[in-house]
Design a protein around this ligand. Structure first.
Ligand code: GLN
Length: 240
């Protein structure tokens, strides 16, 4: 069986390099000896609803609003969720899956697939992020970088992805992201799966792929970014 990995709109939601997540998954599928197809769907292309794993990245407000409108047509992602297939949505992608978000000063409807609302924060949130994840991904820390003006408010019974140890994440609640059914939302660029290969393995396990054992090469970026972040945190706390 050929697994279909669907990267949505890398042409407009690729500002922060999140299409790299698709490349990491393709690499791990190759190592695992699995047959796969990587489908990069452009903003004017039809969106397939029969994929096995979906990726949405981050971008500026205008492209984000456009992507939300495209995904509202025929609701392909609602059918993906009904089939319990995973969706990894980063930043703009995360915001547009909620009930509403703000783009260029206007509150717009999201797809309503996540129990969240995104509003404008008081200042843009930019920088390195470290999280302690709540999902069992075989990592005690997750690393990424954030760059967003919106902040996301989760319903009180929703499950965040992790506790923020450095950086902002959702904004205000001390957490980043969400785990909601088959959807993972997060503010972490990086790309998140390159910096956190345990999350890539965990996502692949959800579509029945036992990923090949990872080597120290796969963990090198994760370790380098965690050390860089922890070093900066230490310097700030100690006035160095
Ligand atoms: N345009 C959104 C915001 O600024 C998302 C940004 C992003 O995807 N990095 O909040």
């Amino acid at each position: 069986m050929t697994l279909k990995i669907v990267s949505l709109f890398p042409d407009v939601l690729g500002t922060y390099g999140d299409h790299g997540n698709a490349r990491i998954l393709a690499h791990l599928l190759h190592l695992a000896g699995r047959s796969y197809e990587l489908i990069a769907v452009g903003i004017n292309d039809p969106v397939p609803a029969d994929g096995d794993l979906y990726l949405l990245g981050g971008g500026e407000d205008g492209p984000q609003a456009l992507a939300a409108r495209r995904l509202a047509e025929g609701s392909p992602l609602h059918r993906v969720v009904e089939r319990d297939r995973p969706i990894l949505a980063i930043c703009a992608g995360y915001q547009l899956l909620g009930r509403s978000f703000v783009a260029e000063g206007t509150t717009l409807p999201g797809l309503g697939l996540l129990p969240v609302e995104s509003v404008r924060g008081s200042a843009r949130m930019v920088g390195e992020v470290l999280l302690t994840p709540f999902v069992p991904i075989g990592q005690s820390l997750m690393t990424g970088f954030e760059n967003h003006g919106g902040q996301t408010i989760l319903d009180s019974d929703a499950q965040p992805l992790g506790r923020v140890y450095r950086g902002v994440g959702n904004g205000g609640d001390g957490y980043d992201g969400i785990v909601h059914g088959s959807i993972i939302g997060s503010y972490l660029h990086g790309p998140i799966l390159a910096r956190n290969p345990g999350l890539a393995q965990w996502l692949l396990a959800r579509i029945g792929v036992e990923a090949h054992e990872l080597s120290h090469h796969h963990w090198a970026l994760h370790e380098e970014r965690v050390h860089a972040s922890e070093g900066a945190l230490w310097s700030r706390q100690h006035g160095a």
